[in-house]
Every structure is written in structure tokens, then in C-alpha cells.
Design a protein around this ligand. Structure first.
Ligand code: FAD
Length: 345
């Protein structure tokens, strides 16, 4: 493969060491915005107020007009847009170039993006291009009152500690943030702001990757992070054939089936059904944990659920500490009894 060197074609507006503003990269693909983008505008508002700077949204893609009023409604004061056919479908190289170009030109102080597949892919590339640090998978953000630096908190060492990371010397300060850990901000219909369209100085031939085909993922599990009721199974269920017990309960409740990494690694569920640190973060109205011990890596992905019901035969299981209702007993008796009871209603 012939290696192409792509050079950024921008001149900084601010210049020198002036870095200002909190930016949120709004993830838009296949006609949909990832809701974490709006959650981050809500979080970005708090950070921008604490520093005393403006909150901006960034939209890159093709035919993105529908996103603009939404981004203003969720609180962006200014929106930078790069709309170009090359950006129609997500690819690392063109998206990284588009975002990097804007960053070099406008020099934001802080940039945030969801820790989605896209955010986890493009942000390291952008951080490398602008030669700054990146804290991935944050669950808490704040501003140090003295230094005004971004405090980026994330699980570390396999989730055994929460580490707060500061980026002292480089700009911008960059974080990806887990979906569903920040609250959704209020949406104010008709809110206005400043819109800035920027050129994209590249062509298709500048990039090495081509999209050959787009295959959407399985619709059910793709929306795990939006499910209102989740029935999750762990290794306590014992065997793949026993998953049917949980499936039946999920069917009766109209719930989505998910599980622990234990259940995924055993080959009983797909990876996109995994809840937790290395899976999906969920925040349903009801989370029913069946035969899940409640390792910290699982808890970080579900403990903000509105209501947690845990079924476990070990009264010391950690999951019972976060549960609103803990049922201590044998899941093989309790789950069929629950299913039968809900069927009657
Ligand atoms: P176990 O810990 O084996 O728990 C099974 C539970 O079932 C036990 O509490 C037991 O008392 C109960 N049980 C058994 N029989 C019955 C019965 N008949 N009736 C009722 N209860 C019963 N894990 C995740 O889930 N998600 C992640 O994203 C994740 N990411 C990780 C990332 C890293 C870097 C690391 C190191 C680990 C990660 N893990 C993750 C793994 C995690 O540490 C645990 O190993 C895993 O969550 C355990 O899965 P489990 O609860 O299903 O199994």
C-alpha cells in the first residue's frame, strides 16, 4: 500500500496559546444522532459555566441540516459544521481530518465525545494528530476550581479504583464519556445560536479506506443502552440452555435480554449484549440481575438504573448491595415463579 501523508490545511484563528471553549462532537450517522451527544451538551454546559467560556457543538457528515436545530435546542451556543459527501459514512481518516482541522483552527480548551464505537475510534486519532492527551471512558467530569483544569474521572486497574486524570500541559483536554452516565439536558425548542460552516479540503482520493458495504447490527441488542427494562443473566444460570428461563421472563415483561461478561465469555450471549465496563452502560427503569455476582466492572455499567432487582443464592453477593430488591434464593425456583406471576397480570 502506498502511504499517503495528509497534511492539515488550516491556519489557527486564535493563534499562539489561546485555547478557549468547550466543544462537544455530535455523533451523527445513518440519519440518527447518538443520544450521548445531547447528554454531553448538558455536561458541557456545566463545564463551560465553571470556566466562563462558550459551549460549541461540532457536526461532521453529509446532509446534516436536521441536526443543527436539535443541537441548538440541547444547548449549543455555536455550531461548527463540515458537510461533505466524503463524510457521508463514518471512516476514521476523513472524520479525524475534519475534526483535527477545526481543532487546529479554533483551538478549543476542552473537547468531549461519547465513548461509543465511533468516539473510541476517532478520538485517539485526533488526539495523536493534535499531539495532546485523551482520557477514554470517563464517568465523571468536573472543573478544578483553582486551576480550571478538566478533572476526568474513569475506572482504572480493571475497575478497582476510580482515577481522576488532569491534562496539565497540552491542549485541548480531550475525553470520551460513557453513554447514559450523564443526565439528558432540557430541550428548548427554537433556541438559536451561531452557525459556522467550514470547508473540507480533501477528496475521496486522499483516503486509503473505502466503504464496500454497510451491514447494520442486530436491531434488538443495538438498542440495549435505550432499553427500559433489562433482564440480565450471569454465570449463575449455569448453562446456555437455561437462558430460556430468562428469555421467557423478558418476553412477558417486554424486556431486553442482556448479561454479564461471564455469560458472554461462556458463549451464552453475544458481546453486544454485555453490560459493564467493557460492554454497554445501561440506565433502564428496571434492571433484573439473575445469577450475577456484581463485580465492580459489571456494576459500573448498570448501577445508575432506576430500580434494580437482584436474584442470587449468596447473601454476600455484591449485586445485593446496589439492589433495591434483593431476592436471596435459587434462581431456578424464583425466575419461573416470577414469570408465572407476571403472566397473570
Ligand atoms: P460470577 O461472578 O461467577 O457470579 C455468578 C453468581 O451467580 C454468583 O454470585 C452466585 O452466587 C450466583 N449463583 C450461582 N448459582 C445460583 C443459583 N442457582 N441461583 C441464584 N444465584 C446463583 N464483567 C461484566 O459483567 N461486564 C464487563 O463489562 C466486564 N468488564 C471487565 C473488564 C475488565 C478489565 C475485567 C478485569 C473484568 C471485567 N468483567 C466484566 C468481569 C468481572 O470481573 C466478572 O468476572 C464478571 O462480571 C462475573 O460474571 P458473573 O457475575 O456472571 O459471574
Amino acid at each position: 500500500n502506498e502511504k499517503k501523508t495528509i497534511r492539515s490545511q488550516v491556519t489557527p484563528v486564535a493563534g499562539g496559546d489561546v485555547w478557549s471553549g468547550v466543544w462537544v462532537i455530535i455523533e451523527y450517522s445513518n440519519g440518527k444522532v447518538a443520544p450521548v451527544s445531547w447528554e454531553l451538551l448538558g455536561e458541557g454546559r456545566k463545564l463551560a459555566d465553571a470556566i466562563g467560556c462558550e459551549l460549541c457543538g461540532v457536526v461532521t457528515g453529509h446532509q446534516v441540516d436536521a441536526v443543527i436545530p436539535e443541537a441548538f435546542a440541547y444547548g449549543a451556543e455555536k455550531i461548527y459544521v463540515i458537510d461533505h459527501p466524503v463524510l457521508k459514512d463514518y471512516r476514521t481518516e476523513p472524520y479525524a481530518e475534519a475534526i483535527t482541522g477545526l481543532v487546529k483552527k479554533y483551538q478549543p480548551e476542552i473537547i468531549l465525545m461519547g465513548a461509543t464505537s465511533m468516539g473510541r475510534d476517532v478520538f485517539p486519532a485526533v488526539a495523536t494528530k493534535v499531539q495532546t492527551g485523551l482520557t477514554a471512558d470517563c464517568t465523571v467530569l468536573g472543573i478544578d476550581p483553582e486551576t480550571k483544569l478538566l478533572q476526568q474521572t474513569r475506572p482504572a486497574f480493571g475497575g478497582n479504583i476510580m482515577a481522576t486524570i488532569l491534562c496539565r500541559t497540552r491542549r485541548p483536554q480531550m475525553s470520551t464519556v460513557r453513554p447514559r452516565v450523564m443526565a439528558m439536558p432540557e430541550r428548548v425548542e427554537g433556541r438559536q445560536g451561531e452557525l459556522i460552516h467550514e470547508e473540507f479540503g480533501f477528496n475521496e482520493s486522499d483516503f486509503r479506506t473505502k466503504i464496500l458495504e454497510f451491514i447494520p447490527s442486530d436491531a434488538k441488542s443495538a438498542f440495549l443502552d435505550k432499553a427500559e427494562i433489562i433482564v440480565a443473566v450471569g454465570l449463575g444460570i449455569g448453562a446456555k440452555r437455561n437462558i430460556a428461563l430468562a428469555e421467557e421472563l423478558a418476553d412477558v415483561l417486554g424486556a431486553t435480554l442482556a448479561g454479564s461478561r461471564g455469560a458472554v465469555e461462556a458463549g451464552w450471549l453475544n458481546h453486544d449484549q454485555q453490560v459493564g465496563q467493557s460492554g454497554v452502560t445501561v440506565r433502564p427503569k428496571v434492571y433484573i440481575a439473575i445469577g450475577i455476582s456484581g463485580a465492580i466492572q459489571h456494576l459500573v455499567g448498570m448501577e445508575t438504573s432506576d430500580f434494580i432487582i437482584a436474584i442470587n443464592n449468596d447473601p454476600e453477593a455484591s449485586i445485593l448491595r446496589v439492589a433495591n430488591y434483593g431476592i436471596v434464593g435459587d434462581l431456578f425456583q424464583i425466575v419461573p415463579a416470577m414469570t408465572a406471576e407476571f403472566k397473570k397480570r
